[in-house]
Design a protein around this ligand. Sequence first.
Ligand code: PHE
Length: 347
Amino acid sequence: QFQEGLAAAETMEALEALRVSYLGKKGQLTAIMRSMGQVPPEERPAMGQLANTVRATVDAALKARKEELSAALLEQKMVADAVDVTLPGRRLSSGTQHLINQIREEIEDIFCGLGYTVEDGPYVESTWYNFTALNAPEDHPSRSAKDTFYVVDNAPGTMLHAEETNVQGESDILLRTQTSGVQVHVMENKKPPIYMICPGTVFRPDTADANHLPQFTQVEGLVVDEGITFGDLKGTLDYFTREIFGKDRATRYRPHFFPFTEPSCEVDVSCGVCGGKGCRFCKNTGWLEILGAGMVDPNVFEFCGIDPEKYTGFAFGIGVERVAALRYDLPDLRMLMTGDMRFLRQF
Ligand code: PHE
């Protein structure tokens, strides 16, 4: 009976139950050993020996089976935990450059190829660099707190630049609303000839929607040299638009106003969706606006200590998010800010 039970015990628990049923306090064999007193004295030695032998046999068989079972269990566990070294490894997904940085680099490459330097400027500016030295009058609406983030509430009369009266804000320290201030920094620190671009983030208190972002990217351009004309501006920006949008795209120069350039213009590129015939993408005009530009106003040269009789120049400001939206037909600029990998991985 014990041998049968032993063969049937497939688990440690079953084996333990078997042990208890023979050798436990209330076990069958224990009961036999306990009843030894009732055996007649003359039979006791033989019976005692037999009982001991049986007990030793049962004990040894249980131990042997226990070892067998634990070996089998270990084997099972090893198979289950095994690492298949032939499986291909899991790839770590590497990051990619954000679309805006890709285009920004592309723009840098185009202008570096024309011999321009790439400059940098501060995000936090004073009204002097962002407005005054750029010939923006004191009452220009873009100076108001509605259109500019002022960042320090310094008391009137304690302006960073003593020249500033700052009628509109409490402060003359702000988050730059355009990269044009870098023109002033560069002209203060370098003598012409100047051929530079400055890519960077700019800030405006706009609510984000499909066409606006409170924070976006511009690439400023500035050329100052002897004998620079509007023809140079057109040639340069025509070249730029064809490099960015393709050789088959036309450009159009529309008169515009900027305080720091005169004459000023906005530059449109022909719509790539309809080829200039007019469609929903270009609001039926056939054209898409991509940048602002103009000839540097002589007042700006004077603010920056450059002789306007000797030098002329042009400047331009490209909206990088705009270029991205036009090139990839993006329905909503906010897609560029939310960091959704399903969108970003496409580029
Ligand atoms: N700073 C202008 C803007 O943000 C763009 C511009 C730059 C226009 C340089 C002319 C010259 O709209």
